[in-house]
Design a protein around this ligand. Structure first.
Ligand code: FE2
Length: 379
């Protein structure tokens, strides 16, 4: 099972796809819309190495399903697709174990090959599409998709981002939903628990979270599942849940083999990232003095670019987070490079939280909580 693509519902998918191409280094891959015979929904697929994002929107007035999704959630990730070997078996197993099946298996084909799909319901209004190639597919992307209508000549002139694959996708849950959701992945999709942390380890002066990471049998897909924990002020997970209208995808982490070059180039393309304070690097330098590993990259360079470092006795990871990629403070992106380290940056959660809280405060959402953990706004 492999993670192939994320499907976004957007008010203006053409412009959203353009943003991801211009700012994050994607290129148009394929298109489905009125010109290709798709009369109800338009789809813009963009690609960067193994990462594929699809932006969709209804074409006609009165599309209740997509319209209601947009009203409730705003722009966001609707579907995370998995490439699977046996779609029928997975749907049957998931169904037997209580999963909601949004769409039973069906086959689509064109002159380039045949593909089987099914859609299952996961947290909130988010779904997973299971994709099984019934024959080697020779087309651009999937049946029905054609060449993009336009390839912007500007893209070839911009420095390459060098992002290679989706490292992990994090789902935020309302309070007390983390365990049932991680159980759902284990029972229904045959995932197992990969790594976990609790709110005692992940908190700032103000807010806290709990997280469980689930993964598939081959450990090619990593899905951390978060829930808010009570802190002195409203957790940033709760802020997400409030603005997204429930559970949903919080961030997508994109793996690169050269994060310094990636961030130099993404900043040159105009991408905005959260900034860790200089005190973070001061304490990092202290901690690294007694560490068993050596970070190969120049620490001054990492500090200048605001890239974070997390490490253990065996290896380290480098990571950085974007600001939210739409107006609601919901979905953001991460760029990550791993060096024999398989965590998710728990050592950086505190500084990440503090950077997010600075923005959360600017949005008027770093509100004080009552003893029960309910948010109470200042007036
Ligand atoms: Fe992450």
């Amino acid at each position: 099972m492999f993670l192939t693509l994320s499907k976004f519902i957007r008010n203006i998918p053409l412009q959203a796809a353009t943003f991801y191409c211009d700012k994050m280094g994607f290129e148009p891959l394929a298109y489905k819309g009125l010109e290709t015979g798709s009369r109800e929904v338009v789809s813009h697929a963009i690609k960067q190495d193994k990462i594929i994002f699809v932006f969709q929107s209804p074409l006609n007035p009165g599309n209740e399903e997509m319209g209601e999704h947009l009203i409730k959630h705003g722009d966001g990730v609707k579907d995370i697709a998995f490439l699977v070997e046996d779609c029928d078996f997975l749907v049957k197993t998931a169904k037997e174990r209580g999963a909601g099946v949004v769409k039973e298996p069906w086959v689509e084909q064109d002159s380039n090959g045949r593909v089987k799909y099914a859609v299952v319901q996961t947290y909130g209004d988010t779904t997973h599409t299971l994709i099984e190639y019934l024959s080697p597919y020779k087309g651009l992307f999937l049946p029905g998709y054609k060449e993009p209508l336009f390839r912007d000549p500007l893209l070839a002139k911009l420095p390459a981002a060098g992002l290679n694959f989706i490292d992990h996708i994090v789902g935020n849950q309302p309070d007390d939903q983390m365990v049932p959701i991680s159980d759902w992945y284990q029972n229904c999709l045959l995932f197992h628990r990969f790594w976990s942390i609790d709110d005692k380890q992940i908190h700032t002066q103000y807010s806290a979270l709990r997280s469980i990471v689930v993964t598939n049998y081959e450990e090619t897909i990593k899905m951390p599942i978060n829930e808010p924990a009570t802190g002195k002020k409203k957790s940033q997970i709760q802020e997400y849940v409030d603005y997204y209208g429930g559970a949903g995808v919080q961030h997508i982490a994109l793996n690169t083999s050269n994060i310094i070059q990636a961030i130099v180039n993404l900043r040159a393309r105009g991408m905005e990232f959260l900034a860790a304070p200089d005190t973070y690097y001061k304490s990092l330098r202290e901690q690294l003095k007694s560490a068993k590993i050596k970070v190969k990259e120049d620490l001054d360079r990492l500090q200048e670019l605001k890239i974070l470092v997390d490490f253990d006795d065996k290896g380290y990871l480098l990571q950085i987070f974007t600001k939210p990629v739409q107006d609601r403070p919901t979905l953001f992106l991460e760029v990550i490079q791993r060096n024999n380290h398989y965590g998710f940056g728990a050592g950086n959660f505190k500084s990440l939280f503090e950077a997010i809280e600075k923005d959360q405060d600017a949005r008027g959402n770093l509100t004080v909580t009552t003893p029960e953990g309910q948010a109470k706004a200042f007036y």
